[in-house]
Structure formats: C-alpha cells, structure tokens
Design a protein around this ligand. Structure first.
Ligand code: GLY
Ligand code: MN
Ligand code: MN
Length: 431
C-alpha cells in the first residue's frame, strides 16, 4: 500500500454502526474481491472490496470478516480470517498481514488463518438464526460474472438451508452514504492529489500534444503522491471527443483552437475523488468558448447551493434542469418554442446536457448512498453539469466534489482547483 496508515478508530466506528443496525442473532460475512486472472499466470492488480475495507481497513486478498454481535463468546463477535503468511510468500510477494498487524490495522482482536474458517463459521452458524449476505444492489451495477460473494452465498444456501437470509446492501448503503470525519479527510487528500495533477497539466498542454501524453502527466503526479492511480478510467478528450461522454481511448491529438475536456481524478487509500476540468488547448478561450464555459460554471455554482439537508435528489435534478434551460436560452442553443413544446420526459435542455448532475462519491466513485431519501450533512456529492455541442466540436463539463453541511452551503473539496476562466488562462500562460 502506498497510503499512510489509517487509524483503526474509523473501522471500529463503522463496525459499531453496522452492528447496531443488524437484527438480533444475525451473522454477517464480508469477503475480499477475487484476484482476476488475465490469462497465463497474469492477474489484474488487486482491488479490495469496499465493504470489507470500510469495516476493517484490511486491504488484502482472500480475507474474510465475520461479524456476529450476539455471539456468546465475546471473542467471536468480530473475527478476521486471513491468508496465512509464510517465508515463501514473504520472499515472492512481500509479507502479508500477520495477526498482530491485522489487529493494529482493524482494531479486531480475534484473527485466525483461513484454514480455521470452516469449523469456526459452522460453529457460529449453529448459534445464529439470520445470515446477512454482502450483495450489490447499486443503481448502476451491471456485473455479469459470479463474484466471490455470490459463490459464498451459494455455499451458505446449500449448507445452512434453514437460516433466514438478509441483504446487507440497504444498511451498507445508508451507512456509507454519510461520511465520518476521517473519511472526509481521506477524500480531501485524494482531491488534493488530483489538484497537483491538474496544475501540472496546465503547464504541459499545448497544441499538438497527444491526449495520452496528458494522461501520463496525471498518473506520474498521482503515484508520486501516494495514490495507486486513477479513481476511474480517465476521459481526456479534445475537440469533438469531449462530446463522447465515456470517451476513454485518449489517443488523439489536441489541436489549436479546441477545448480539452479532462474527467480525471486520483484515488487515495481506496477513496475516490472525481474532477472534470475543460481548458483551451492553446491557453486562450475564444469568445464563444468563454460564453458556453461560463454558462456551465453558472449552473454548477447555483446547483451546488441546492445541496443542503432535506433536498431530494430527483427534485434537485428538476431544478438544475431549469437552470440549464435558462442558460441554453441565453446562448441561443434552444429557443422558447423548444421549451414550450418539450417532452416532460426528455426536456429540451437534454439535447445539450444529457447526463445527471450529481452522484454520491466516496469509497466508490459512484458511491453507495440512497438517492431516494433526503440529503444529509456529511454526504459527499459531485456537481457536474455540462454542455455538449458536437456540431461545434465542443464539449464542456465542470465537476467538483462537495460535502453537505448541517447548515448553509456545502464545502467544496475542490475549491483550490482552478476553474475560473481568468485563472486557467493565467496559469496556462505563466511561463
Ligand atoms: N468520472 C465519472 C463521473 O463523473 O461520474
Ligand atoms: Mn462524477
Ligand atoms: Mn467525473
């Protein structure tokens, strides 16, 4: 791990919150993600399942967290099972967590090696009546492959058919949606690393540079600041490419006169940041580019102020739609009759702004967090309006990450990342 140690107090708090929400006499299991094979003896870099990380801080493959708040034996209320480390593994892969390191990292006193899992699990299942499985009901999830958790659940269903099965997702969604102060610090660290990448790129971009060269500048800055890399696949698109919402090829030249859209951000300690900036390749916006850019910025600034406790995500999007409609009318991209005749299911503004404005952000970039309940303090949301005009080879999106406050406007975790037209131009022309 490149990140600095995280206090186990965070993970203790997270487990306490979860155990208070678990039904009586229930047991929950959280597995690490699989290590994915790419063929021959190669694998993708390991990426920890966010739930076991949230509850234990253990960032290692083949780990299992067992929570059983009503276990008769106190030592069995929280248990970690880890892959046994040995000299061979230490030489080839580097040492894995030993038992005392696992306790320091997680605050969990009972740590067993994996070969003890089966007998202890079966003993504790006899003591319990309900089993929580670690499922994923995220509104955007679209995974076809069988996960480690799916395999585990199959085993539980066939071996313990009389247990009542309960999904852990609704509880995890509501817990993870509201961040602890330590989590906000980790997200802020990710945002600060992203800022360093963006400032580096402002001094690097010029006509003729390739999109992938810009990607390389970011990853260099991210890794040298203890990030393991991009929080999500970066989108670096110049000219028309900026209008392709999920453009990730990043293999074209940035030409004089074009705008360059960069939806790029660092992770830190498995926490995401999520930033988009749009800059002129030659360091100066044209009058038309300025007008469209300022319209997007206006929507972003006003939309941000709507992110307060009690706001409903759907109603917020309706309000942002009205703001965008007004800006698009001002730019002459739509006219009054477009608005009068619009389909309420697909309002006129959607021709130029066809995606959502905000999503929860945290351990996952599109983080867990309910979209059906009112916003609360310490939720983290992105704010990311855009205007895409393919016929002008121009796409502009601006995206910051903000924390909802108990009172007043949200705190912008990206407030130091340049966004005003004058500042971007000044920084791009400062050498
Ligand atoms: N970078 C992904 C998003 O903005 O939602
Ligand atoms: Mn986003
Ligand atoms: Mn983004």
């Amino acid at each position: 791990m490149k990140y600095l140690p995280i206090s186990a107090e965070l993970f203790k708090k997270n487990r306490l919150k979860l155990s208070q929400r678990m039904t009586s006499n229930s047991l929950a299991i959280f597995n690490s993600n699989d290590v994915f094979s790419t063929g021959a003896d190669s694998t993708l870099p390991f990426d920890q399942h966010r739930n076991i990380f949230y509850l234990s801080g253990v960032d290692q493959e083949e780990s299992i967290l067992l929570l059983f708040p009503n276990a008769k034996l106190k030592a069995h209320r929280e248990i970690l099972f880890l892959k046994e480390t040995n000299k061979h593994i230490a030489i080839w892969e580097g040492a894995k967590l030993n038992k005392s390191q696992a306790t320091v990292c997680s605050g969990i006193k009972t740590v067993y090696w994996l070969n003890e899992f089966e007998s202890i699990f079966s003993q504790l299942m006899e003591e319990s009546t309900h089993f929580y499985y670690n499922n994923n009901e995220h509104y955007r999830q679209a995974v076809e492959m069988e996960t480690r958790e799916d395999r585990f659940l199959k085993m539980v269903k066939s071996t313990y058919p009389s247990h009542e099965l309960l999904p852990i997702f609704p509880i995890m969604e509501s817990l993870r949606g509201v961040k602890e102060p330590e989590e906000l610090t980790l997200i802020k660290t990710a945002c600060n690393i992203t800022e360093k990448g963006f400032r580096r790129v402002l001094g690097f971009v010029k006509p003729g540079v390739m999109e992938y060269e810009i990607e390389a500048e970011y990853i260099h800055e991210f890794i040298r600041n203890r990030s393991k890399g991009f929080a999500y696949t970066p989108i670096i698109g110049s000219g028309y490419n900026a209008c392709v919402l999920h453009y990730t090829e990043n293999n074209q030249k940035c030409n004089d006169g074009e705008l360059l859209l960069m939806d790029v951000a660092a992770e830190y300690a498995n926490y995401s940041s999520d930033m988009t900036r749009t800059i002129p390749v030659n360091g100066r916006f044209t009058a038309r580019q300025k007008a469209v850019y300022q319209a997007v910025l206006n929507v972003k600034n006003i939309a941000t102020k709507l992110l307060v406790p009690g706001t409903m995500w759907d109603a917020y999007h309706v309000e942002v739609g009205k703001l965008m409609t007004s800006e698009l009318l001002g730019l002459g991209l739509i006219d009054k009759s477009d608005v009068q005749n619009e389909d309420p299911e697909w309002p006129a503004y959607k021709k130029y702004f066809m995606h959502g404005t905000s999503h929860h952000m945290g351990l996952d970039t599109h983080d867990f967090g309910s979209l059906k309940s009112p916003m609360q303090a310490n939720m983290v949301f992105t704010v990311e309006p855009g205007i895409y005009i393919p016929e002008e080879n121009m796409g502009i999106r601006l995206e910051d990450d903000v924390v909802i406050q108990a009172k007043g406007c949200p705190v912008n975790l990206m407030q130091n990342i340049p966004i005003e037209i004058d500042e971007i131009e000044a920084l791009m022309n400062s050498n």
